[in-house]
Design a protein around this ligand. Structure first.
Ligand SMILES: O=C(O)C[C@@H](O)[C@H](O)C(=O)COP(=O)(O)O
Ligand SMILES: [Zn+2]
Length: 279
């Protein structure tokens, strides 16, 4: 079923769980995520980033995802991840994305508020929900993302940001990184508690890959409702491809990709089940 990210995060709120938002950019990643949702009978968010456009056209991706989602009985939403250009956001809204993320984290607070508000006003007029980021994420290992300066979110700034912009979901920087960790990460649960207390909107955790399970569960218990995962799944697929080629270097491409896809599905099922947080 094709639904909105807002409906999924509201549902997560009632369950004290978080919804996995998997970064998808081709047929295999998207099918893997949708199959994982179907097999676990849990909702999932398909997150397509602005930077993937060179790899798969935005409108084609949206049509593909919506067509698959409509054939399934579980709830699936389509979200535009990290976007910097108003133009991309407008295109995503026209293509049927239910939510978009404007990433103004590299701007000053004042500019981030101004740009985000402009986008929120536009998106809300079109019935679309907006995620935005305050603070910024550091880049860890194996991430193709651009280097951020890694500023933790200030709870008072976050409260002001939510109030001034009218944003629907807030991505807060609380100690995770984009990519894998070099050492043991430490999610700042104290900071998360303070942000949660001061902001009434659902909170989003970026940099889900490699984050220790006990820290993830504690973050969910303190109000994280959406967790973005990319690098970990990409590494799983790369490992599966290497394994298949090692077994048979002349494998047909469809065999290699099918194996990569089913391996991703299994990994995604574990993540979805963890985030469900049922004790
Ligand atoms: O890499 C992308 O294009 C998107 C990611 O930044 C995503 O938003 C995210 O936070 C996933 O982090 P990761 O699991 O640590 O790669
Ligand atoms: Zn991210």
């Amino acid at each position: 079923m094709y639904t909105t990210t807002k409906a999924l995060l509201d549902f997560a709120q009632t369950q004290n769980s978080a919804i996995a938002a998997f970064n998808c950019y081709n047929a295999e990643t998207t099918q893997a995520a949708i199959n994982a949702a179907q097999e676990t009978e849990q909702p999932v968010i398909i997150a397509y980033g602005e930077r993937y456009q060179e790899y798969m056209n935005l409108e084609a991706f949206a049509a593909f995802t919506q067509a698959l989602a409509k054939q399934k009985s579980v709830n699936i939403s389509l979200h535009l991840d990290h976007s910097y250009e108003f133009e991309t956001i407008k295109r995503a809204i026209d293509a049927g994305f239910s939510s978009v993320m404007y990433d103004g984290s590299t701007h000053s607070l004042e500019d981030n508020v101004r740009h985000t508000k402009e986008i929120v006003d536009y998106a809300h007029k079109h019935g679309v929900f907006v995620e935005a980021e305050i603070g910024s994420m550091k880049k860890g290992a194996f991430s193709d993302e651009e280097e951020g300066d890694g500023r933790l979110t200030d709870p008072d700034e976050a409260a002001l940001f939510v109030k001034e912009t009218g944003v629907d979901f807030l991505a807060a920087s609380i100690g995770t990184v984009h990519g894998m960790y070099e050492g043991e990460p430490e999610i700042r649960l104290d900071l998360l508690e303070e942000i949660k207390e001061k902001c009434s909107v659902p909170l989003v955790l970026h940099g889900g890959s490699g984050t220790p399970e006990n820290q993830v569960l504690q973050a969910i218990d303190r109000g994280i409702r959406k967790i973005n995962v990319n690098t970990e799944i990409s590494l799983t697929a790369a490992g599966a491809i290497a394994y298949q080629l090692n077994k048979n270097a002349n494998s047909h491409l469809s065999t290699i990709m099918e194996y990569a896809q089913s391996t991703m599905t299994e990994h995604m099922k574990e993540i979805i089940t963890l985030y469900k947080n049922s004790k």
